[in-house]
Design a protein around this ligand. Structure first.
Ligand code: MN
Length: 128
């Protein structure tokens, strides 16, 4: 089935378990007129990725149950969704997460706390 995005908007799947972080990311993305799809755990996120075929996935690393690195590896091993860029959301304090994210197949990472001015520019770069 061809991808039919609502109104031609680019669709971004956010997988993040922290409600405050999710709210901030959602607000910033909606300001830029992206369509936002949300999951608060890896399993639900993987399912949504397969159903919705988003243009980009923002993946929190620390999630309850399966972590974001394992979820990324799973997505990257599935030919149905492995073309979707995954960008890790890494906590600034977690040294080494950035390299682990790249090793897991992420296209890059964005550090938390988010720089709200820089964030839209990074998103647009990862979408292009
Ligand atoms: Mn988390």
């Amino acid at each position: 089935m061809p991808r039919l995005n609502n109104m031609g908007k680019e669709k971004i799947l956010v997988i993040e378990d922290n409600a405050l972080n999710m709210k901030l990311v959602r607000s910033l993305l909606m300001l830029e007129d992206y369509e936002v799809v949300e999951a608060d755990n890896a399993e639900a996120g993987i399912q949504l990725a397969k159903e919705q075929h988003p243009d980009l996935i923002l993946m929190d690393i620390q999630l309850p149950g399966m972590d974001g690195l394992s979820a990324t590896q799973q997505l990257k091993s599935d030919p149905d969704v492995n073309g979707i860029p995954v960008v890790a959301l890494t906590a600034y304090a977690m040294m080494g997460d950035e390299q682990k994210a790249l090793d897991a197949g992420c296209a890059g990472y964005i550090s938390k706390p988010l720089d709200t001015k820089e964030f839209p520019r990074l998103i647009s770069r990862y979408l292009s």
